[in-house]
Design a binder for this molecule. Structure first.
Ligand SMILES: NC(=O)c1ccc[n+]([C@@H]2O[C@H](COP(=O)([O-])OP(=O)(O)OC[C@H]3O[C@@H](n4cnc5c(N)ncnc54)[C@H](OP(=O)(O)O)[C@@H]3O)[C@@H](O)[C@H]2O)c1
Length: 338
């Protein structure tokens, strides 16, 4: 009988990539979760062989049903939906809290719901049966310097901390996968990523040190490959899913050599980044992330995180797309303004 892999966020970047990879292995039956099983994307996935199941991360009972009998569960949360949704902004204002904190509360609760639902089926899970997409704990890793990097701590407070504290049996079967900067994220903050100058050159402006290396991930191409590799590793380990690790200066050098444009990197203050942003709260959340990426580092300074190279060293196939390969195939016409 096929093993059941449950994929949260199957209609999204990370989950979609994970589903595509497991679909290639006939050993697995892929069950994908969505709130909207009749959406075009959900139907497309069903046509490809995914068992599409309706579930809501806000509803723990729906998750318990969807996770039941799973051999492997991949979890992910989307901080940015409650951050941006107009009704959530309104509710945050009524509660008298920032939209940043509001989205943290939602993400934290959704993470706890998934952990509780996974714990309810811990017996059916494989030895390495819960693979959680997460990030480093900014508050703890910076010794309190970054107290409001909510989209990091909303994940790390659950995966691994809540699971370790509340569900020790589940924790033994868990792997935590931190994900690098998505190479496709440039369109989210166009006023900081590739800012076109009058001479047709491009400048990238973040608060990260120009020499600090940060992890980059081709999310749609490689999350599946990485998670599939992790599923074959022993449990209880933490990872950084990255295709290339390099400074933003180097990133712009590669980009320039691929596109033929002049590209440079300039470190700016957090305030400068916030001022440039269209949405101040978004600018502040990102500015904290880019500053934190300098010290202690995007990964919180944790040098023990395993990478694709470590998975390959264990004899497990884990192909990843390099930054150059990603840039060579990406369509830059929107950035160029064509
Ligand atoms: N951008 C970056 O550089 C970067 C780097 C590292 C980490 N991240 C993190 O990546 C996360 C987003 O991941 P992604 O890009 O894969 O997300 P995405 O493409 O935006 O997709 C979000 C997925 O989550 C599902 N979802 C959202 N709310 C749900 C709910 N209440 N119940 C059930 N399903 C729900 C959606 O399903 P339906 O809509 O179909 O229900 C969709 O499949 C964020 O938390 C972000 O912090 C981003």
């Amino acid at each position: 009988m096929a093993k059941i892999v449950v994929v949260v966020g199957v209609t999204g970047n990370q989950g979609g990539s994970v589903a595509r990879r497991f679909l290639q292995d006939p050993q697995y039956h892929v069950r994908g979760l969505t709130r909207h099983p009749t959406s075009d994307m959900a139907r497309e996935l069903a046509d490809k062989g995914v068992e599409v199941v309706q579930a809501d991360l806000d509803d723990v009972e729906s998750l318990k049903e969807a996770f039941a009998g799973a051999n492997l569960i991949f979890t992910v949360t989307n901080y940015w939906e409650p951050f941006f949704r107009p009704d959530c902004r309104q509710e945050a204002a009524q509660l008298g809290i920032s939209c940043r904190k509001y989205a943290y509360d939602v993400e934290y609760q959704q993470g706890k719901n998934m952990a509780d639902a996974a714990a309810a089926t811990v017996g059916s899970l494989d030895r390495n049966g819960l693979i959680a997409s997460t990030l480093s704990h900014a508050d703890k890793c910076s010794n309190g310097k970054f107290k409001r990097l909510y989209h990091f701590d909303g994940k790390a407070d659950v995966f691994p901390h809540y699971v370790e504290e509340k569900h020790p049996e589940l924790a033994k079967k868990m792997s935590c996968v931190q994900t690098g900067y998505f190479t496709s994220s440039y369109n989210l903050a166009p006023q900081s990523y590739f800012v076109k100058q009058t001479d047709d050159s491009f400048v990238m402006r973040f608060p990260t040190s120009p020499t600090k290396a940060v992890p980059h991930l081709a999310v749609n191409e490689d999350t599946g490959s990485f998670v599939y590799g992790v599923s074959q590793m022993p449990p209880g380990k933490s990872y950084m899913a990255e295709s290339s690790t390099c400074s933003w200066t180097h990133f712009m050098q590669i980009w320039g050599s691929v596109t033929g444009k002049k590209g440079t990197y300039e470190q700016v203050s957090s305030n400068d980044m916030i001022e440039a942003a269209q949405d101040r709260a978004f600018g502040a959340e990102l500015a904290d992330m880019f500053a934190y990426s300098s010290e202690p580092g995007y990964d919180g300074g944790d040098e023990t995180l395993l990478t694709a190279a470590d998975i390959r060293k264990a004899g497990i196939d884990c192909p990843m797309t390099t930054l150059r390969q990603y840039m060579e195939t990406a369509d830059w016409s929107a950035v160029f303004g064509l």
